[in-house]
Design a protein around this ligand. Structure first.
Ligand SMILES: [Zn+2]
Ligand SMILES: [Zn+2]
Length: 165
């Protein structure tokens, strides 16, 4: 349901509170479908003397396989977004401006776009995830597998050093 913004555009200091929950079933990252919780949206659209600004916080949790060990890892996404809303692109530097044609804003789509742009590219179950054994595929977070260590990969050599500290 698009938001009607006629009132807020023509009335200085007028504001609209946003407090909603959106459900998306089509979010994906790098071609991978994400399992997401409903997205909690809280914020405000406010006319600040000629400029109409939208500010909101989005919060939800999502899960997908860890980049290193492939175990499903859940993360919380929590981020603030600010946009300037305008009725047309005339005389404006359009980069940061959301055009609100006909005084209606499709907040549902805007939130989806915002989220997809800000989702972290790297997805790790933990910062020090040990990943999988390159030989047998064992998840090294669950203990070592007994394979002989061969530091062929310099990144693995660095990791070995770190582990010995
Ligand atoms: Zn991991
Ligand atoms: Zn192994």
């Amino acid at each position: 349901m698009p938001l009607e913004l006629n009132d807020v555009f023509v009335t200085p200091d007028r504001s609209i509170d946003i407090d909603d929950v959106y459900e998306y079933d089509d979010l994906s990252a790098e071609g991978e479908q994400l399992v997401v919780s409903p997205v909690r949206i809280k914020g405000q659209i406010r006319n600040t003397g000629g400029l109409v600004e939208l500010g909101y916080k989005a919060e939800f949790s999502y899960s997908k396989p860890c980049d290193r060990c492939l175990a499903i890892a859940e993360k919380v996404f929590r981020q603030d977004f600010v946009h300037t809303l305008a009725l047309s692109a005339e005389n404006e530097d359009t980069d940061d401006i959301i055009i609100v044609a006909g005084y209606t804003l499709d907040l549902f789509s805007l939130v989806r776009d915002d989220i997809l742009l800000e989702l972290p590219i790297k997805h790790l179950c933990s910062e020090d995830c040990l990943g999988l054994c390159p030989k047998c595929g064992h998840n090294l977070n669950e203990g070592s597998c007994g394979c002989k260590k061969e530091a062929v990969d310099p990144r693995m050599a660095v990791l070995d050093e770190l582990l010995q500290d």
